[in-house]
Design a protein around this ligand. Structure first.
Ligand code: CP
Ligand code: NVA
Length: 319
């Protein structure tokens, strides 16, 4: 069954198809007003969210379906009374599709193993594929293409968003340069880099991991950063992280190294004065709220893609 646990689950064609679908839905949402008639989305959250929760729930409503917000703190799963396997087998008897924001990616994989409906990763410690599909949609809108562009990512890179950007760029033929401390605790997971390199070998994309902000940002079409204090990071790590990541802050000086028409991106939530200056995120090159809007359109396209595939599987199983 097709899920979206990481972007590496999808082929370049499936990603391109979802991006085209997201653009079509954005252009004429009323044509999709009944696409999810009588469909139910279960939304499982172990962590906070603004964009992911609101965009999935609104998306389901706008397409004629229903979404259930399920906070694991009030669940048998969260209180340790029920296993992931039993939870997944149970929800598969009720709902049509599930998105889950979990701490551990291995838990999402376990859930998918036992589920009989498509599972969407709404952020784990490893990956944030929905975010990156919306980001690719945003870049394509702003630049007219993806292939051959250069994206520079700066900051905390042992990070779900960095990992999904590595694979998303590789799938779409975008060059990516990651600028981060020279320490495995803050650099991308080597397995993810290796997987992205395999994908990039097919698309012609290049992947660099460097330790100087200017070296990553040079000639970039897109400059991207993410929080230094991801949801799972304990508050007491803040001072250490600020000291480590300050050389990778996206400020006017760093933007000077990128192309003059480069766009600035952050998946949000953002802290002004930390991973980027207020001048950059509130300035004319910033597209952060277009990214946030595109979560709505891209996630609708993800759900259409997965439900269509699931219905095809069901039809062939009954043929
Ligand atoms: N970018 C993103 O996933 O935001 P939320 O944490 O608010 O969902
Ligand atoms: N890396 C961030 C992304 C938030 C959308 C986190 O995991 O908190």
């Amino acid at each position: 069954m097709l899920h979206l646990l990481t972007l590496a689950d999808w082929t370049p064609q499936q990603v391109a198809g979802a991006l085209d679908m997201a653009a079509a839905i954005k252009a004429a949402p009323q044509e999709y007003a009944q696409t999810f008639h009588r469909k139910t989305l279960l939304m499982i959250f172990e962590k906070p969210s603004l964009r992911t929760r609101l965009s999935f729930e609104t998306g389901m409503t706008q397409m004629g379906g229903h979404a259930i917000y399920y906070d694991t703190r009030t669940s048998p799963l969260g209180s340790g009374k029920e296993s992931l396997a039993d939870t997944a087998q149970t929800f598969s008897r009720y709902v049509d599709i599930v998105m889950a924001r979990l701490f551990k990616h291995v838990d999402l994989e376990e859930m998918a193993r036992y589920a009989r409906v498509p599972i969407i990763n709404a952020l784990t410690d490893l990956a944030h594929p929905c975010q990156i599909l919306a980001d690719l949609q945003t870049i394509r809108e702003k630049k007219g293409r993806l292939e051959g562009l250069k994206l520079a990512y700066l900051g905390d890179s042992n990070n779900n968003v960095t990992h999904s950007l590595l694979v998303g760029c590789a799938l779409t033929g975008m060059h990516i340069a990651v600028g981060c401390p020279d320490d495995p605790a803050y650099a991308p997971d080597p397995d993810v880099v290796q997987r992205a390199q395999q994908v990039a070998a097919q698309s012609g994309a290049t992947i660099q991991v460097v330790h100087e902000a200017a070296a990553a940002a040079v000639d970039a079409d897109v400059v991207y950063t993410d929080s230094w204090m991801s949801y799972h990071v304990p508050a007491e790590e803040k001072d250490k992280r600020v000291a480590l990541f300050t050389p990778y802050q996206v400020n006017a000086g760093v933007m000077q190294h990128a192309k003059s028409d480069a766009i600035f991106m952050n998946c949000l939530p953002a802290m002004r004065g930390f991973e980027q200056t207020a001048e950059v995120i509130d300035g004319p090159q910033s597209v952060v709220f277009d990214q946030a809007e595109n979560r709505l359109h891209a996630q609708k396209a993800v759900m259409v893609t997965l439900l269509r595939e699931h219905e095809r599987d069901g039809a062939s199983a009954h043929a």
